[in-house]
Ligand binder design. Structure first.
Ligand SMILES: Cc1ncc(C[n+]2csc(CCOP(=O)(O)OP(=O)(O)O)c2C)c(N)n1
Length: 345
């Protein structure tokens, strides 16, 4: 099915603006700008050889997780993939500690041991790198919520379109439906799994509509390039999940502005394609709407933008000046038997 045939969850824009109010909308704009500057500067640090390992940018997808947290708040369980910097920022981890983690420094959120793919924050179960492998973890968190009768909390799982063809995803949806687990699975369909297009990898589209039907749960399809569509859709989905305690499958159609990771030159997309994609920028769309509606002026926007850029530059300085991990602590926090201990017990 061509993507033009997608019908997105309706949003009025006016309704969401009235509901959120100017202050909250400005705070959301600020969060999206923080994510953007973090990704741009982190990428630059990587290119200067200051960051090692992998680096998967969330540029282009900011509206999705920003809208989700704006709707649901931080007091749930959240699980995501290696494309995890934004979620950690949104859940309140400090940009200093996240940048230090990128640099592999001892002051990082994972003490410099995880790097780009393993960011953490309160209520964030990962930053996990096995495609589809984190979906059962989120499902387990949903099981825990049901077991502990925490009815006002949900388990959110962000995954890519590439993960929906993994067995773990289907096993999770099946058990979540059978056991009525309060989980919201969010497929961030950025249309590529590394260099493989979704058309070549996934047999059904819209993805959420089809798979939700298969597992007897409800589904939503959102426009990831429109903050208001994301906000309206997440609001409806979260309301439904809290009232039914049933799992929900969401597909958000989005665009990633960069290659799969920093080492991917993205030769499968032409420069013209990329230019076209960047005209759909959800951040610029939100900025334009807020200016149009008289919620921010162009000068105010420039000020917020500058402040968030400076926030990230301070984080880089913090990371640069932070110490390297002490090799003495290498074995701390590692799950391994003591010498002579039976590892199978
Ligand atoms: C089980 C497994 N197989 C393969 C890989 C290598 N790999 C890393 S990311 C990726 C593509 C995943 O794409 P998608 O789920 O669409 O997420 P996106 O990167 O687009 O956010 C692959 C194949 C892996 N990490 N884990």
């Amino acid at each position: 099915m061509p993507k033009e045939d997608y019908t997105f969850f309706p949003s009025e824009k006016k309704t969401e603006i009235a509901e959120l109010g100017g202050d909250k909308l400005k705070a959301i704009l600020r969060q999206m700008l923080l994510i953007r500057h973090f990704e741009i500067r982190g990428e630059a640090a990587y290119q200067q050889g200051k960051v090692g390992g992998f680096f998967h940018s969330y540029l282009g997808q900011e509206a999705i997780q920003a809208a989700c947290i704006a709707v649901a708040g931080k007091d749930h369980w959240y699980t995501t993939t290696y494309r995890c910097h934004a979620l950690a920022l949104l859940l309140g981890a400090s940009p200093d500690a996240l940048m230090a983690e990128l640099y592999g420094k001892a002051t990082g959120v994972a003490l410099g041991r995880g790097g780009s793919m393993h960011m953490y924050a309160e209520h964030m179960l990962g930053g996990l790198a096995i495609v589809g492998g984190h979906v059962p973890i989120a499902t387990g968190a949903a099981f825990a919520l049901r077991y502990l009768k925490q009815k006002d909390r949900l388990s959110f799982c962000f995954l890519g379109d590439g993960a929906v063809v993994q067995g773990a995803f289907h096993e999770s949806l099946n058990i979540a439906s059978l056991w009525s687990l309060p989980a919201i699975y969010v497929i961030e369909n950025n249309q590529w799994g590394m260099g493989t297009s979704v058309e070549r990898a996934v047999a059904v589209r819209p993805i959420a509509t089809h798979y939700a039907k298969a597992y007897d749960i409800s589904s939503y399809t959102l426009d990831g390039m429109n903050f208001f569509s994301c906000y309206a859709g997440f609001k409806a989905a979260v309301g439904e999940a809290l009232s039914t305690s049933r799992p929900i499958l969401i597909e958000v159609v989005t665009e990633r502005f960069r290659g799969h990771s920093i080492s991917d030159p993205g030769l499968y997309r032409s420069k013209e394609d990329l230019k076209k994609i960047e005209t759909k920028d959800a951040l610029l769309h939100l900025k334009a709407t807020l200016i149009e509606e008289g919620i921010v002026t162009a000068e105010e926007f420039a000020k917020i933008d500058q402040e968030e850029k400076e926030r990230v530059l301070r984080a880089m300085q913090f990371a640069e000046e932070s110490p390297w991990p002490d090799p003495e602590v290498l074995e701390q926090g590692v799950f391994a038997p003591e010498e002579g201990e039976d590892a199978t017990r």
